[in-house]
Design a protein around this ligand. Structure first.
Ligand SMILES: [Zn+2]
Length: 398
């Protein structure tokens, strides 16, 4: 059973009135969905779906597919957040407890500053947007001398240098609507955290645009800009009843960003079940036997799986991870990084890699999680076979 919570969009006059939870606690097996269900029409030259060379990364398409599948389920309440935000309204400060000022500055202002300079002809577009990005209208870092020496404008030089120190790959670009999307994601996250914190939602699902679990305090990459799971965990700790917040990551990829953020923090136990990074992104085996550092030693758990692992094998590790977080660490609330790229045939899996879950397995996964008897905030992560992702989301939330 799924509840989609509806909040009034201050910028949309015809928006439905606020129907938010009204202090009612959702029933045991229902989940409240928080989503910005306004999808940008395709605009030529506008990158609405960021994609790498293979075109697998389609965050807006994924979000829409999941939403379309879930929106007509019983007890639907729809949230409208901002659909026409101007740059002046963009506010990323909700993420400031996790991410550095420099990183938030790049994500909020980077594209606009660089694009303005291009339009003022103080930067040759070919150096910034085509030669480097090879992508229509998107900016990626380049740590070679070529673009730097052709950028004379002081403001552009600074922001481009910041981009080079914040972004760790070339598949997670700055693009025209990025800051709007991040703002929207933080708005719905804020509402979902409040609902879990206040007890008006027992289970909430934040259907954010971009995944987040590879991003750490200072850097973004791997299609992830802001680490929503980490932001949620930190924000939930502001509620006195939630000193211990667990993060359970079931995306196919290692949650390296979440680990880096909380590696020395004993109050945020983290468990990650993922394809062994020997075979797939982020190709860092540092975490295979990682349990945390300093006072946090013994509060981090990793379950690197062999390629081809199916639900039978997966479930054992899921149950072990839940046991560690809920029974041993005694977390009071759970943030679940919910990726769907564990599905068989996910196109983002590296050759001879990948896991073999089916959409139906997600219904069992849901049962395992709901049996934990703690409030759960689900955060959207990866998943690249859009049809299968929608099927799995349907199984998981209904
Ligand atoms: Zn993933």
């Amino acid at each position: 059973m799924l509840n989609i919570v509806d909040a009034k969009d201050p910028e949309v006059k015809e928006s439905k009135p606020l129907i938010v939870a009204k202090n009612q606690v959702s029933s045991f097996r229902s989940v409240d969905l928080f989503v910005c269900n306004v999808f940008q029409p395709f605009v030529p030259g506008e990158v609405t779906d960021v994609s790498n060379g293979t075109g697998n990364n389609k965050p807006n398409t994924r979000k829409r597919a999941i939403f379309e599948r879930l929106r007509n389920k019983p007890l639907v309440r729809i949230i409208h957040t901002l659909n026409n935000t101007t740059h002046g309204n963009i506010d990323l400060t909700y993420a400031a407890g996790i991410h550095t000022e420099q990183m938030l500055d790049v994500l909020k202002n980077g594209y606009e500053i660089l694009n303005t300079k291009v339009e003022e002809n103080t930067i040759d577009r070919s150096y910034l947007f085509q030669r480097n990005a090879r992508r229509n209208g998107a900016v990626i870092p380049c740590n070679t001398f070529t673009p730097q020496m052709f950028i004379q404008d002081a403001e552009a030089k600074v922001i481009y240098a910041k981009l080079n120190s914040c972004c760790r790959d070339v598949t997670t670009p700055l693009y025209p609507s990025l800051a709007v999307h991040l703002h929207q994601d933080l708005e719905i996250l804020k509402q979902a955290v409040a609902a879990i914190g206040n007890g008006t939602s027992r289970y909430a699902y934040v259907l954010n645009e971009h995944p987040g679990h590879h991003a750490d305090a200072r850097t973004f990459y791997g299609y992830c800009y802001l680490n929503y799971a980490a932001i949620a965990a930190q924000r939930l700790q502001a509620f006195p009843k939630y000193n211990l917040v667990g993060i359970l990551d079931v995306d196919m990829h290692l949650s390296d960003g979440s680990h880096r953020i909380f590696e020395a923090n004993p109050n945020v136990p983290v468990a990650s079940i993922h394809i062994n990074p020997e075979y797939d992104f982020p190709y860092s085996t540092r975490y295979n036997n990682f349990t945390g550092i300093g006072k946090a030693t013994g509060t981090k758990f990793n379950y690197p799986l062999d390629p081809g692992t199916s639900w039978t094998g997966y479930k054992k590790h899921l149950e072990a991870a839940i046991q560690q977080l809920i029974v041993n660490q005694k977390v009071q609330v759970l943030v679940v990084s919910l990726g769907f790229d564990t599905l068989s045939g996910d196109p983002e899996a590296a050759p001879n890699s990948g896991l073999k879950l089916t959409p139906k397995d997600f219904h069992e996964m849901r049962q395992c999680l709901l049996n934990t008897d703690v409030p759960i905030l689900f955060i959207s992560e990866g998943g690249y076979n859009i049809q299968s992702v929608a099927d799995a989301a349907d199984e998981f939330f209904n």
